[in-house]
Design a protein. Structure first.
Length: 107
């Protein structure tokens, strides 16, 4: 189980966009794409077969997963994440929790 998954609210803790917040759009191995963070302008060639228009487009580029931390909504600060086993209804499940206060994420 990954500590940061698609849909999490994260804070950038290192790099040129330090302090920015956004939602994780994709997880690509050891990199993440965060909405509105690490944006670049790319020159796009038109491709009429695919229906792609040409021009300058703004694109979100991947960040290293080590440069983001999950946002704790209770404290509104970046927080570390741990994984623990919780038994419910006779089944053992792995859940993520915040290290600062122990509250479970996404349950």
């Amino acid at each position: 189980m990954n500590k940061i998954i698609k849909g999490d609210q994260v804070v950038v803790i290192a790099g040129k966009d330090k302090g920015k917040q956004g939602q994780v759009l994709r997880v690509l191995g050891d990199k993440v794409i965060v909405e509105g963070v690490n944006t670049v302008k790319r020159h796009q060639k038109p491709n009429p077969l695919r229906g792609v228009e040409g021009g300058i487009i703004v694109k979100n580029m991947p960040l290293a997963i080590s440069n983001v931390a999950i946002l704790n909504p209770e404290t509104n600060k970046a927080d570390r994440v741990g994984i623990k086993l919780v038994e419910s209804e006779g089944k053992v499940k792995r859940v993520r929790f915040f290290k600062s206060n122990g509250s479970v994420i996404g349950v």
